[in-house]
Design a protein around this ligand. Sequence first.
Ligand SMILES: Cc1cc2nc3c(=O)[nH]c(=O)nc-3n(C[C@H](O)[C@H](O)[C@H](O)COP(=O)(O)OP(=O)(O)OC[C@H]3O[C@@H](n4cnc5c(N)ncnc54)[C@H](O)[C@@H]3O)c2cc1C
Length: 432
Amino acid sequence: MDKFDCIIVGAGPAGVAAAITLIRKGLTVAIFERGEYPGSKNVFGGVLYSTVLNKLTPEFWKDAPVERHITKRRYSILSKNSEMAVEFDFEDFNQPPFNNSFTILRAKFDRWFAQRAEDSGAVIFTETVVDDFIYDSGKVAGVRARREGGDVYADVVICAEGANSLLTEKAGLKKKPLFHQMITAVKEVVSLPREVIEDRFILSNDEGVALEFFGEAVKGMIGSGFIYTNKDSLSVGVGCPIDVMKENSMKPNDLLESFKSHPVVKKLLRGGKTEELSAKMIPELGYKSLPKLIADGLLIVGDAAGFVNPSLYREGTNMAMYSGIMAAETILEAKEKGDFSEKSLQGYVKRLKNSFVMKDLERYGDVPEKLSEMPQLFKEYPDAILKMVQGYFTISDLSKDEMHRQAWNGFKDEVSLWKFLWDMYKARKAIL
Ligand SMILES: Cc1cc2nc3c(=O)[nH]c(=O)nc-3n(C[C@H](O)[C@H](O)[C@H](O)COP(=O)(O)OP(=O)(O)OC[C@H]3O[C@@H](n4cnc5c(N)ncnc54)[C@H](O)[C@@H]3O)c2cc1C
């Protein structure tokens, strides 16, 4: 076909959700994906948040290659060789829709999701990089793909290219992100027998746990480490802003190795075999630095638009799919009017503004900035708290009162109490 109703660049969650929505309404759609197959190059933590997917494909978990549903969450602060953790276990999350939180492996999930689009009639060109948009009188009119006969035309293009958004930048909709606006993350998939995972993490059947680690997990820098349980593997990784890594002369792989060799983490990974290692960026642009989302004949969705919630929720997949669907609905409206100008595509921005996407980005968009003003949260405080608590639990010949006083005085020597309480208040306000 020479011309499609819509071309989508990228077969990630955002692009495929958009494609399915358009195809169901009878539009012709082509997706260009640079990977050998959708998902082949995609990396994430990760927990798929699926309220949006469950509306698009009800009870998708019966068919989709999901790993485990998350019933437990554990947040942990590490010092050099100690841990302080809080764990939540919710029996209610064992019931459909399983709190809309599933661990997945992108190579399997993205492939399955893209197949849904293909089965409905989308044409997917894999192993095809889009190098640029084609313009006609200033309006995006197609894409220039790196293959024979690579100029393909459409009424409108959705750019779902993910965090490394070269096309969005080239089109002048987004500035090159600054180092503090991008998280560099590395992740390993570590295989372990299913029974070992279930015994070690106290899980039944397909229950799963998401563990987040702070403090010494990332050498006291701003950022975190994670372990998520899959069926018979663990997703293990670390992520920190690029500028923080640079300031500390830290390489992502060295940081991951250091995380894995922490005594607490080492026990959890014992006996595991590394199956794959990958690295990727997470955009944390901040609400005020979001790109322009539309131009004549063009809409930007998902990570390319910076739609990732940087708080404890770390929700990127749900936002990606929602923005893809909102872009598609706007295109359906535009098609009726026969007008794909920027003005006609304004509905996309309006839809997002009224949704959890923009509300959450506005609420949490400046979390990284706020936390970067309080580096003591990640090193000084965890070390001091753990030392104090260790003092409370270290049995000696002292009376308990003396033990407690000693531990408490030690804490006050290292930390200004008022500053600590003020920082805690600010951190809670920023993150939760
Ligand atoms: C380490 C890590 C952990 C994360 N953890 C979580 C988590 O636990 N939960 C969560 O919800 N989110 C998480 N995220 C974020 C989440 O992965 C993203 O928000 C989500 O994948 C965005 O989807 P997308 O479709 O916009 O982009 P992507 O998933 O990045 O898809 C973009 C697609 O476009 C293709 N592409 C790019 N450029 C071109 C081109 N020029 N031509 C052709 N194809 C192209 C790519 O190959 C890719 O398939 C994490 C991200 C990372 C990196």
